[in-house]
Structures are given as structure tokens and as C-alpha cells.
Ligand binder design. Sequence first.
Ligand SMILES: Cc1cc2nc3c(=O)[nH]c(=O)nc-3n(C[C@H](O)[C@H](O)[C@H](O)COP(=O)(O)OP(=O)(O)OC[C@H]3O[C@@H](n4cnc5c(N)ncnc54)[C@H](O)[C@@H]3O)c2cc1C
Length: 619
Amino acid sequence: MAKHKTHYEDCDVLVVGGGMAGTGATFEARHWGRDMKIICVEKANIDRSGAVAQGLYAINCYMGMQWGENQPEDHVRYARNDLMGMVREDLGYDMARHVDSTVHMFDEWGLPMMKNEKTGRYLREGKWQIMIHGESYKPIVAEAAKKSADKIYNRIMITHLLMDEAQENRVGGAVGFNMRTGDYHVFRSKTVIVAAGGASHIFKPRAVGEGMGRTWYAPWSNGSAYALPIAVGAKMTQMENRIVLCRFKDGYGPVGAYFLHLKTYTQNANGENYEKKWYDQTKELVGEYIDHHPTPTCLRNHAFIQETIAGGGPIHMVTTEAFQDPHLETVGWENFLGMTVGQAVVWASQNIDPKYTNPELTTSEPYVMGSHATCSGAWVSGPEDLSPPEYFWGYNRMLTIDGLFGAGDTVGGSAHKFSSGSFTEGRLAAKAAVKYIEDKKAEGIKVTDKQCEDFKVAIFKPLETYQVAQNEITGGTVSPSYISPIQGLQRLQRIMDEYVGGIATNYMTNGNMLKRALELLAWLEEDLEKVGAEDLHQLMRAWELKHRALTSQCVTEHTMFREETRWPGYYYRGDHMKLDDDNWHCLTVSRRDPKTGKFSLEKVPVYHIVDENEKRKAS
Ligand SMILES: Cc1cc2nc3c(=O)[nH]c(=O)nc-3n(C[C@H](O)[C@H](O)[C@H](O)COP(=O)(O)OP(=O)(O)OC[C@H]3O[C@@H](n4cnc5c(N)ncnc54)[C@H](O)[C@@H]3O)c2cc1C
């Protein structure tokens, strides 16, 4: 252990992850905590990290309140509809009422925004989306964080949260290691804001082998946002609500600008509008939800999946009409060049010019995240002025661990935040974290050297395991006494894919399959004690895998608990194929006991605050 030098840092606000939410949190923490010590720790390099690393072409969440375009209530109704009723409306409203101010700052900081030439307003791609030249989106927000933090640590992966030993259920900081130097870093902090992004690669991806890095959600999003709080006993919500995306095949190029701006549409291999074919069948499953406008994302997926199973594939996006307009053709290509260059390369390699050939679409493997069209994540307190008692325990966006806050993909229940809403939620969490410190809630935190030393041993153990076990390698990487991170990852992905509703089963699972998955995941957990890492990069892979595995357990437990098919098109419970509003119009909340590793689950009421308030006002 002596070869891994230990560094100690004491601070007030520790931000874990410098993506959209983390940069927002770091920036806002400085605004409210002028004299506080603010540290941001990032696994990659904050300038190009997270899901927005490559840039974006649209900011997907902007109300336009200054022009009366939308109000926060409208956004709550929209998210509620898209998630088949299951959202935390207090969190959604809170984000929506602040998100415009975030976007206006991006504009001031130099993010090139497209403008509507006639009105002078931001150019709309859709009701909620505004278009940007966003290749430099991430460096711009990173600069704001860099100017605000006392220090940004790049290339440090946080592996564990520290807990206060003086007061139960209170956070004390976090630990991790530098992937370049191999040094061990201890951050003792009064508050921690987890903003570590969602989880890709827990379900087997469509692209395997040499193509396995090609996923829709960022391949480096490894579920730390979930595993860190789960490991210390924080409550989680809606972890069953994984997302499946309809995207251009093989490159996962986004379809939003195509549908909304280019007005392209989909058809099956026979040139038919297949969606309407599945209307009656879908109505049988979900009732009147299929009549909602806009059609919930999962139900559109459902029609796609059913049509493919019925032999109507491949499904195509009709681009050949829109691309005859030179302006729309330019927008279509720029859309990829600003954020998913790989899709243009895939088309070139497959001889597809969308002006003359309609490109194929596919549905992705599932991902776990809290900021896009699903809302898996931590169970957090809402804002004082909006939240019902069950949803409020003192500080906005605080998890069920004192002093531990979350934002972006970390936070459950608040879907459709996207990049701007995640940054906004980071700001909200940071403001509350500063208040928590000012209210003297973080006094007398005790983190002993023993706690830190124990984590140090655990973190570097895969290097030690490999050192010894490499002598028993029988061929290639096969050894009876250790498993490599990639072997463990592929095993995890198969369990999730085949038993928990991945692409292998067309997103189908049931109680028996989930039970089996939990057994297999428990054995995997045991074997992960023997994961070996030959270098520091593999050490990162080992810890990414452990975080993915813990996240997967939680996803599986939640999927087993909710005995209905709430979101056909995201996954199906074959033994409970229908949406069941009588029994399951509620949020699911879990807690893993850190001592026993056992999960317990409960139903929590879902409050439709927006329209209830309106009804009350009217009466
Ligand atoms: C393909 C794709 C397209 C999208 N398109 C749009 C769009 O057009 N418009 C839009 O507004 N939004 C879009 N989004 C959504 C947007 O990117 C996310 O909502 C947003 O990035 C979520 O913010 P976050 O901070 O939670 O996660 P991220 O921005 O991903 O940040 C998480 C950060 O945590 C770091 N991290 C992870 N684990 C650790 C660890 N253990 N220790 C330290 N650091 C860690 C990561 O490196 C990363 O920097 C898109 C997302 C994807 C994937």
C-alpha cells in the first residue's frame, strides 16, 4: 500500500462528477458559499467529460417563459404524460421554474444559440427544445466550474462515500484514486453532491466485440451515481424505469431533430405506417394512456418492437423527402456533426446517403438514467414550498443520508431535465448544501483514519489480486484464481440481457426470470471479490464494474417489485402484461441495508401536484 501515496483534502462542498449537473453544482456553490471550500472531482477531464462530452445540437429543456411559450406547469404535465403518470411533480416543477435562467447564462457565456430570424427568439426545434451550435457546450460550462471551484481534480474516480462516525446516517466525504498516478485521495467534506451520470453497459449492448464502445448513452457512464448512494443505504426510486431509445441503427444517431425539425417520419419495410396497426393491442395493455398526446415515448417504442417481432422490419426513417430541401439536408448532417459524428461515418461506410436512401432505425439496449425520458435515481427531498410531507425532509435534493445531495441523472423521479435541467438541478442542490452547512448541520463530523485506510486496502485490492493470480494464467487471460473486468462485465451484461428484459428477449422478463437474475447477480458479486487489474486503467474498469453490478441488483429488485407492465416498450413483465393503475399508480422506493446487503422495497404515493393545486384553487 505504501506505493500508493495518500492525499487528504478537507472541504465544505464536494462535487462528485463534473458533467452537466456537477458543473452546475460547482458554479452555484460558489455563488452562495463565497468563503467555502468547494472541490469538484471528475473521473475524466472536466473539459470533455460526461454525456455532453462531444457536444449537443439542441438544449432539450427550455420553457421560454419570457415569451410566454411554456410555463413550468406545462412541463410537469408533459413529463407526467410521457412517464405514464410516474413522476415527482415537485422536483419537475422546481427544475422547470429555474431552467430558463440557466440557459440565459449559457447564452451569456458564449454558447452559440440559433435564433429565429423573424422573432429574434431562440430557434425552436420542438415545444421544449432550442437549437444550438453546441460542439463547445461542455468546455463552456466547465470553464464556469473551473472559475468557481477551489480545485478541480481530474482523472480521479470516486469509489466510496465516507460516513460520519459521530452521527449515524450522515455523510463525511468520499474517497477514490487517481487513474494516472495511482495515488489514493481522501476528501473529508461537510456535504457531498453526487452528480456522476447514468449507467450504460449494464445490459448487453447491440454492438459487441470490437464495436462494444458504441452505445447510445455515454459508455463511460458506469452507474457510480447510483452505486455510491446505494452502498451507504440511501433510498432509491423508480430504478425499474430503464430507458430504451429508438435511434438510427448502428451509430445511435439521435432522431429528435429529424422528427421535430425535418418532419421526417417512420415506416415499416412495406412502406406502411405501422404505429396505427398496434393501436388496439396497445389499448388492451395500457387503456386510455395510448390516446394521450404526445404519445408516450415507451408506447411508440412498443409499436416499433411489436412490428419488428411480427416481421414488419426493418423500420426506416423517411429522409428522402426532407433531404430534397438543401436547408433541411444541411441541418440533418450538422445535427450529427455537432454531437454524433459516428452516425455520419456509419452511413458513409454503409453507402447510405439519406437524400436517396431511407436509413434504418433500431431500438437500443436499455440504460438506467434519471435525466432523459426516464427517471431512475435517488429518492430526494423536494423544495419546501412545493413538496408534500412524504417528499420533504429539510433540504432540497438531499438524499435520505444527511449531507448527501444529488443532481442530474443521480436524482430519481424528475424526468426530462436533459442537459440544461441537469445543470439547473446541480445549482439547486448546491444552494441547499450551502444552507445545510450554514444551518450548522455539518458540525462535528468524525472520519477516522481507520475508515480511510480500510477503503484504501479495498480500492487497490484488484491490483494485488492480479499480481498473485497472473502466475496461474493458463492461456490468454484465463486464470482459475481471478476474473478480469471485461470477463465480469460480459457476465453481468448477459444476466441483465437474458433475465431482466434486454434485447435478447425483446425486453421481456417475469418474476421467475428476475428471481434467477438475483441469484446469478449474488454469485457475480461474490466473484467480484476476485476481480484482478493489471494496471491502473484496469483498476478503473474493475471499480466501474462493481458499481454497475450494484446498480444492476437494484434495477432487478425494483423490476421484480413492480408487478405490472407500466412502460411497454421499455420492458415487459410477461406475468403481469397490463398496466395496473388500481395497484401500481405509485412510486417504488428501495433501500439496501449496508450491513446485510438485503434490499427492502415499498410503494410511495405519487402526488399529482400541478392539477390538484389548480382544482383546489377552482373550488
Ligand atoms: C447521446 C445523448 C444525447 C443527448 N442529447 C441531448 C440533447 O440533444 N439535448 C439535451 O439537452 N440533453 C441531451 N442529452 C442529455 C444530457 O446529456 C444529460 O441529461 C446530462 O448530461 C446529464 O447530466 P449529469 O451531470 O447527470 O451526467 P453527465 O453529464 O454524464 O456527467 C456525469 C459526470 O460524472 C463523471 N463520473 C462518473 N462516475 C464518476 C466517479 N465514480 N467519480 C468521479 N466522476 C465520475 C463522468 O465522467 C461525467 O463527467 C443527451 C444524452 C446523451 C447520452
